[in-house]
Design a protein around this ligand. Sequence first.
Ligand SMILES: [Zn+2]
Ligand SMILES: [Zn+2]
Length: 767
Amino acid sequence: MEREAIRVTGIVQGVGFRPNVWRLAHECGLRGQVWNDAEGVLIHAWGSSQVLDIFVQRLRNEPPPLASIEDIFRARLDTPADIPKDFRIVESRKGTPHTGVAADAATCPECLAEVLDPANRRYRYPFTNCTHCGPRLSIVRAIPYDRANTSMAAFPMCAQCQAEYANPADRRFHAQPNACPECGPQIWLQDSDGQRLSEGDAIENAAGLIRAGKIVAIKGIGGIHLACDAGNAEAVDALRRRKHRYHKALALMARDIDMIKCFAEVDDAEVALLNDRAAPIVVLDACGERLAPAVAPAQNSLGFMLPYTPLHHLLMQHMNRPIVLTSGNRSEEPQSIDNQDAQQRLDQIADYYLLHDRDIVNRLDDSVLRMADGHPRFLRRARGYAPRPVLLPDGFASPANILAMGGELKNTFCLLQDGRAILSQHIGDLENVDTCQDYQHNLQLYRQLFDFMPSVIAIDRHPNYLSTQWGRAMAAEEGVQLVEVQHHHAHIAACMAEHGLSQESGKVLGVALDGLGFGDDGSLWGGEFLLADYRGFQRLTHFQPVPMLGGVQAIHEPWRNTFAHLLDSLGWERVVEDYPQLEIVDFLNERPLVNLQTMARKGLNSPPASSAGRLFDAVAAALGVCRECAGFEGQAAIELEALAAAHFEHQANFAYGVELRGDCLNWTPLWSALLKDLADGVAPGIIAARFHQAVANAVATTANGLCRQHDVDTVVLSGGVFQNRLLLARSSFLLREQGLSVLSPIATPANDGGLSLGQAVIALACC
Ligand SMILES: [Zn+2]
Ligand SMILES: [Zn+2]
């Protein structure tokens, strides 16, 4: 009989790993022990070498649903005389923990069956969970991950729950949030004055109020949502008005896939994504029956998710239509997580509140994905995914601990240690005071959870980003090295890292298209072709810089970019002379053009920007899309894509021209042709499609030429503009046709939510 020590690392604690080991060991007839320690799970097993091999193979192939094995190490041990009589789970051994915490997971089928079974003691209990499902990161205060360190500490387990918790053969063995109606959290419904409505079932009553057109705040896993009937136009309008949220699409929850199929197209990959244990919002093409128009104005898509807690399942059982389920906040603030705070902040928004007494410790927004170019792509990575690590290629397991602070918008931060990158959940735009507090809270929590002391801090080069300023201050305070990383270089490096490119893999041609980032020459960039590796980059080509008339006002008022682009490419006199009858010319003539021209000429409050985002703004506004005011960065581009979608395929041969002049992509031919199309009365959707084709052509032709010139065979496409799936799919197709390998973000968002990963790997390569 042999004796082996088997070490398992990864997410293996708090996910039912030891009972799984126990079961497999019993099935294989092994003897020994398993326990948790600082590094993960350690097993000492006695058996024949053949059986040990089978056991390790099954360990790897049959993990419990929430576990994620990084590595299994085996070592032969001397066999002592006292061979154990059986296989046991033994007490955890303390030490400095490195194992982290699992992500929150949607209710598993077994738990759901119990909740729906009138004979079960958890019948209709909204907080039912087990080792395969339920809250994790959202309830953790500290490590080690056990009940005392979560917001379940307030609920001592009853005898029955305790018995489940202690039984290795039970699905709830060591399920830290284990609870039942006897001992666990309770739910209630209250009105806007804080009066509890004690009659009847709180969840059923809440559903009745939603059906009656009311807005109900609902406390979920990672935050408090606002819910209303998505088919009730008045209710959805009221929700938007009260929330001061006028533009961004509202998320929806449907009872099941069949309900979603009444309103949207869903293919197999999307069904799988919707059913994933992360239960994200999946953006789908709208078709079939209509919901209230204000759910997703000027878009042909809908963002759906399925119920992911028993509470949601029970609620949706009483709904025969989808509900809007959007974050409980006033526009731009972070989502409310606290009962008291919600009642204050949502006072003018919610009619009723469905609350419970389990604290949400860690705010987690719903994650958002959309299929593009054959893969699910993150628009927002949060609940269900964070804090799952992104595994890095070999060579990144250096002793340096790197903290990357992220960007300004859609912020995330990243901890890099032991060859793993732990990306925080989406935190949001750091322009908001409460979001800044949330950032600090999360950073402190993650440092504690992962026992992380930075030895290097990486920041964006933009001097005005708050994350940059905090990183600078922290580096000075803690006496650690500071590394500044260029914004677009970070976009490209993040994508290289998640695709496993090693530090020795050579250079790639990175195409980074986004709104704005601080360039190495002090100007604003956003349409960049970079020859890059982790250590550095060379800016080979870029979009023609065009002044942002009025600085940030150009982001809020897309028409300013139309004027700037026309001024720059054709000259205003020529436009007026050639196209006096155009509606956009009339519109612009009503603006203070003389002032704007002076500003542009003298460079007053008109920073030049080679931004792809502003080009999309300019074209959208020319077509009358999102012209006068953009509610959020990227709105014009999203609406322009929606407009182009139906015509895109058919316009491949009618793309507008783009000209490479020196190291600049020049848009003069594009604007000439576009204005002519406008004058000829070509439909805006067709113009939008021709524009998308033009940008895809420009990306592919330019990148292909640069690859040949510099002997590179890999193109990386990233930056927020590549969330545009027409552009991503077409550019990728054209580049692959040239025999090039094309990489684009899958594990992280292409937008600034992925920046921190890029900052971290660049900092590691540079120090
Ligand atoms: Zn479960
Ligand atoms: Zn109980």
